[in-house]
Design a protein around this ligand. Structure first.
Ligand code: UDP
Length: 326
């Protein structure tokens, strides 16, 4: 059974492909390789194409006849989305619309979508669940919220069944070292911190120290990428069982400040983390913590690897290896 995996050459998508292959599916990666890596496509075929290229999408559906789509391909940097919103609306929203239309034209009705806790905005420190109102404060979150609404509309018009996952902060890497997180440029906290520890960059800049949190830095909920992709396989099975469209938050349920993550990295590596205090980053919410157990209760999901130590340890091993080449 083929699954079309857009963005399957990227960080989360490549881990999803491994999980799909282990579960007996054939992941067909559809990726324009703008940020993804051909080297990360190890578990099924690669179709190099853009979401805006309808003919290429139609060709991939015709050739592989996937039974479902997993849609990871997107731009996902909060900071960049604040300075270049057009890029986010065009790529994420227009690209997803094109993909959904191609999906329906091919007669496929099952769709798993990567959404984000950035759709919630700044919610005054409350824990977030599937019913929390979404009030995004950056263009990245806005674009993902728009796609969620699009999926609801296409369910009404065409019967498209979707599982929407709202990710919290994804971290870690495949413990076997087959795939991992490799971005150019890197902007995420844990890989930047590990590079600073290893002397590959002078220091980690901490964005803001005056948030209304116990230590003044932003709080996030970190979830291991392998746990996260396990939920996708469960979501696919949910759709195959005809259980209908559903939204699930994917987080560990625990919030950690930037300073907590620095401290954990110090403990895991037994090395100092060189840091520089910087200004707040535009678009950052003070606190984003998952307060939902729906995925655990309804999908049977177990985020067993989502401890800071395990995520940092797996990320560290990968960051010292990083084998993908353009
Ligand atoms: N962060 C930081 N320095 C960095 C990168 C990130 O202090 O160089 C902070 C950022 O402000 C946020 C948290 O770390 O509070 C996680 O940021 P990341 O970019 O990893 O993920 P995001 O929350 O944007 O999805």
């Amino acid at each position: 059974m083929h699954i079309l995996v857009t963005g399957g050459a990227g960080y989360i998508g490549s881990h999803a492909c491994k999980a799909l292959a282990q579960a007996g599916f054939v992941p067909v990666v559809y990726d324009n390789l703008s940020t993804g890596w051909a080297d990360a496509v190890r578990f099924g075929p690669l179709v190099q194409g853009d979401l805006m290229d309808r003919a290429a999408l139609d060709g991939a559906f015709a050739r592989y006849k996937p039974v479902a789509v997993m849609h990871f391909a997107a731009l996902s940097l909060v900071g960049e989305s604040m300075t270049n919103p057009a890029k986010y609306w065009r790529t994420n929203v227009n690209g997803s619309l094109n993909l959904i239309e191609a999906t329906l034209a091919a007669g496929v009705k099952r769709f798993v979508f990567s959404s984000t806790c950035a759709t919630y905005g700044d919610q005054d420190g409350v824990t977030l669940d599937e019913d929390t109102p979404q009030v995004p404060i950056n263009a990245y979150g806005g674009s993902k919220r728009a796609i969620e609404m699009m999926l609801r509309d296409f369910e009404r018009s065409d019967g498209l069944q979707s599982v929407i996952f709202r990710y919290f902060n994804v971290a870690g890497a495949d413990p076997d070292g087959e795939v991992g997180e490799q971005h150019i440029p890197e902007t995420h906290l844990i890989p930047l911190m590990l590079d600073a520890i290893d002397g590959k960059r002078p220091a980690l800049t901490v964005f803001g120290s005056d948030y209304a949190t116990p230590d003044g830095t932003c709080i996030r909920d970190y979830v291991h990428v392998c746990d996260l992709v396990d939920a996708h396989v469960l979501g696919l099975r949910w759709l195959q069982a005809g259980k209908g469209s559903r939204i699930f938050c994917l987080g560990s349920g625990q919030g950690f400040s930037v300073r907590d993550v620095i401290e954990a990295s110090r403990a895991v590596t037994n090395r100092d983390v060189p840091i520089v205090q910087g200004a707040r980053r535009a678009g950052d919410a003070r606190s984003l913590v998952c307060g939902s157990t729906r995925a655990v209760q309804e999908l049977g999901w177990q985020p067993a690897r989502s401890t800071l130590n395990q995520m940092i340890g797996d990320a560290l091993r990968w960051s010292r290896q990083k084998p993908f080449a353009k």
